[in-house]
Design a protein. Structure first.
Length: 161
C-alpha cells in the first residue's frame, strides 16, 4: 500500500483514519476481487469499512451526492467504472464513490453485514463481469438488478434528501 505522504499529512485525524482503513480494506480483500468486481463495489466496500464506526451522518460523508439529490438529480443507475476516472469533474468522481458506499451500506442495513461480505465474495469469485453482479444479487440477496437499483435510489432519497 502506498500513501502520498504530502497529501496524507494535509488530512486531519478523521481523514487519515478513513484513508488508512479504506486502503487497508483493499489490501485485505484483494483475494476476494476479480475482473468481475465493479469499481462501485470495490470502492464502496472499502468506504463502508472506513465509515462504519464513524459518528458522522450520510450527508456529511456524501456531500456531493447529497447536493445532487437535494437538487432533484437522483442518479438513475449505480456508478459505472468510468465514473471513477480522475478527469475534469471532481464532483462526479465524489458522487461515484459516495454512491458505491451507500449501495454497500444499503446491503448491510437491509440484508446484513455478513450478506454484504458474502455478496462481495460471490461477485469476486467469478472470472468475468458478465452476469457476476446479477448472479450474486439473486443468489445472495434474493433480488434483481432492477429491484436493487430502485431500492438504492429510494435509500439515497431517504438518507440524503
Amino acid at each position: 500500500m502506498i500513501v502520498n505522504p504530502q497529501a496524507y499529512g494535509m488530512l486531519g485525524e478523521f481523514g487519515q483514519r478513513v484513508v488508512l482503513t479504506h486502503e487497508t480494506t483493499h489490501v485485505a480483500t484483494r483475494a476476494d476481487t476479480s475482473a468481475a468486481t465493479p469499481v462501485w463495489l470495490s470502492e464502496g466496500f472499502a468506504d463502508f469499512a472506513a465509515y462504519r464506526r464513524e459518528a458522522r451522518s450520510a450527508p456529511e460523508l456524501a456531500p456531493e451526492l447529497t447536493d445532487a439529490v437535494r437538487r432533484g438529480e437522483l442518479p438513475a443507475r449505480l456508478p459505472e467504472d468510468g465514473d471513477f476516472g480522475f478527469g475534469e469533474d471532481a464532483d462526479e468522481l465524489a458522487r461515484a464513490y459516495e454512491g458505491g458506499w451507500l449501495a454497500c451500506e444499503l446491503i448491510a442495513e437491509e440484508w446484513g453485514e455478513q450478506e454484504l461480505v458474502d455478496f462481495y465474495r460471490a461477485v469476486g469469485s467469478r472470472s468475468t463481469r458478465d452476469g457476476a453482479v446479477e448472479h450474486a444479487l439473486q443468489s445472495v440477496l434474493g433480488t434483481t438488478p432492477q429491484d436493487f437499483t430502485a431500492r438504492w435510489r429510494e435509500y439515497l432519497r431517504d438518507r440524503l434528501g
